[in-house]
Design a protein around this ligand. Sequence first.
Ligand SMILES: [Zn+2]
Length: 323
Amino acid sequence: MSEDETAAIEAALEFPTLSRTTHDRAAQHREDPDWLELAWEEGAEVLLLGRDMSTPVREDLDGNIELALKPSRRVDAFPDERTFLGEADGKVYFAAPAKRRDDTDTWSGLRSIGTSLSDLHAGLITSAIGLAEWHARHTHCPRCGTPTEVTKAGWTRTCPSDRSEHFPRTDAAVIMLVHDDEGRVVLGRQSSWGAGRYSVLAGFVEPGESLEGAVAREVFEEVGLQLTDIKYIASQPWPFPASLMVGFHARVVDPNALAPDGKEIEQAAWFTKDELRIAGQWGGDSPASIAAPPDRQRPGGGLAALPGRISIARLLIDKWLAE
Ligand SMILES: [Zn+2]
């Protein structure tokens, strides 16, 4: 493995891909329309988002993908369509809906480009998409049904009828790598996934439940395993549309109890470290595959592929392999 590859892995293990963020959210400006208008007029950088959450991208001089941000003077957006993202290096950043597509642009989605982006751009687009997804789904007051208005530079919506204020929601989800004492981890696959794709287990936190409680419940429900030593590892926003993935490692009490529920989890199996290294092409970035042993094959398919590096699932696996 080259020095570059080693450095890339170490960097990837430090922060989940979409948790990298370097801009100042500068929330004090959200309620200052004069400041926001002046910033827009003087020349801000604007991240355009299509209805499908795709955005213009380009290659930089080194061949890396970066966001093709637009100068605000060239962007057609009313003040209430401009989401103030923050400031960095003396520049002001907004997001706005794309009303038309310039033919000269290439458009792409966060899932495709996330790992290629700089820390600054990764932070900007993750916030922008999370907010845009929330606005798209929360157009009316949950109390009285009146259409709400965008306020605080895109960070709240306010009901003109009862004046109630509504904030962007973030849904907590837990994601957990379950291991035994012999260097194996359990991976499962959902029937809706592409052939051969396996990942660590995950689920939403329910009202009245702690994060650790959700880890234990989801794993027991999905594959029948009881856990101990539930340990927090890292978290990552996952704006598809509104999750915060909270990642854990946990140790199984009895590995022989593995019994996928057959509904949410179609198949689950124990994988050794060597199998995971091959499946993930340890050090590489492509979604690699290995031929899974017969007891791990789904009907008609013999491959096991790990999630890509944009996911915190992969970080949980890579961190465990690095231990
Ligand atoms: Zn209302």
